[in-house]
Design a protein around this ligand. Structure first.
Ligand code: SIN
Length: 298
């Protein structure tokens, strides 16, 4: 069957038809991977429910399976064969819903996830969409002066607020240390060679190397900017659909607008590299990835 890749917006996102994710041959995987690099987030409908082993095998096509800090700090006794699998489940009794704020998965890790692969097995009757925002476009649309100002800056990302205070994972020792790390504010994507803004509302706490008030104002601007609607696409889930997004160049937000309904699925992420800074005086976008889709603001 021919593989069909249909872009969702000029900026990011594509829906892919004609593949069975549980049985991708080399050529099909190469097409899927190219679409992942070109569109930053790709969607597949009409899939069968992936078994844990099939889901893990799919993740391993992209790289090493990432183990979430929840699991690193509180390994589940039956975790062996499903290590790396996150069970996403929101019910009428949930106090919080995972991902209900703009973020890049676990950006507080030293080597944060690159791909995240989510399959939803149960979807609410309406609502529960996931929004994605493109960080290539976010960076491209900044003025040259702002790009120069951001050049070489780093920001501090921490899991404390999110994991300790919001999720309050009871199985984790209260004395445990959640991950925290500094990352470049603009990173170079290793596959596309493009610069992407790399801050997010969930994990980025403060900017380094600036007076506190300047850093706060700059970070507030960058977070608002990264969530601009013209950088976004939105996916309305259907049962067993799969989304694969690239945390190095997109943020996402899982909307919790479906209470009291239930939403359930499995996510597996893939370890990425330590983010490398994009440096204006050294880095160039490769010819095949040039061409802005964003009108620059005056
Ligand atoms: C997440 O992985 O952050 C949640 C995504 C979703 O549930 O749509």
């Amino acid at each position: 069957m021919a593989i069909d890749v249909t872009p969702l917006t000029p900026t990011l996102g594509a829906e892919i038809a004609g593949v069975d994710l549980s049985a991708l041959d080399e050529e099909q995987f190469a097409t899927v991977f190219d679409a992942f690099v070109d569109h930053s987030v790709i969607f597949f409908r009409d899939q069968a429910a992936l078994s844990v082993d099939q889901h893990l095998a799919l993740a391993r096509r992209f790289g090493e399976v990432h183990v979430h800090p929840f699991e690193r700090l509180a390994p589940s006794p039956d975790g062996g064969g499903s290590r790396g699998l996150l069970r996403m489940h929101t019910t009428a009794d949930s106090r919080v819903a995972a991902g209900n704020r703009w973020h890049s998965d676990v950006s507080c890790d030293e080597r944060p996830p690159q791909a995240s692969i989510l399959q939803l097995h149960d979807v609410p009757p309406v609502g529960g969409d996931t929004l994605f925002s493109g960080m290539y476009a976010a960076y491209e649309s900044l003025s040259d002066r702002m790009k120069r100002f951001l050049d070489g800056l780093t920001a501090h990302h921490s899991g404390e607020d999110s994991y300790r205070k919001l999720f309050r994972v009871e199985t984790v020792d209260p004395g445990a240390t959640w991950p925290a790390v500094d990352h470049p504010v603009v990173r170079r994507h290793p596959d596309s060679g493009r610069p992407a803004l790399y801050v997010n509302r969930e994990f980025t706490e403060y900017m380094n190397d600036l007076p506190k008030e300047e850093g706060k104002a700059l970070l507030a601007f960058l977070l608002d900017h990264s969530e601009r609607v013209d950088f976004q696409c939105r996916f309305a889930w259907t049962r067993n659909a799969v989304a694969i997004w690239d945390n190095r160049c997109v943020l996402h937000h899982a909307l919790w607008d479906y209470w009291p309904h239930e939403r359930r699925g499995h996510r597996i992420s893939v370890v990425g590299e330590r983010p490398a800074a994009w440096r204006l005086d050294h880095d160039r976008v490769p010819a095949e990835h040039r061409g802005s889709t964003v009108r620059l603001t005056a």
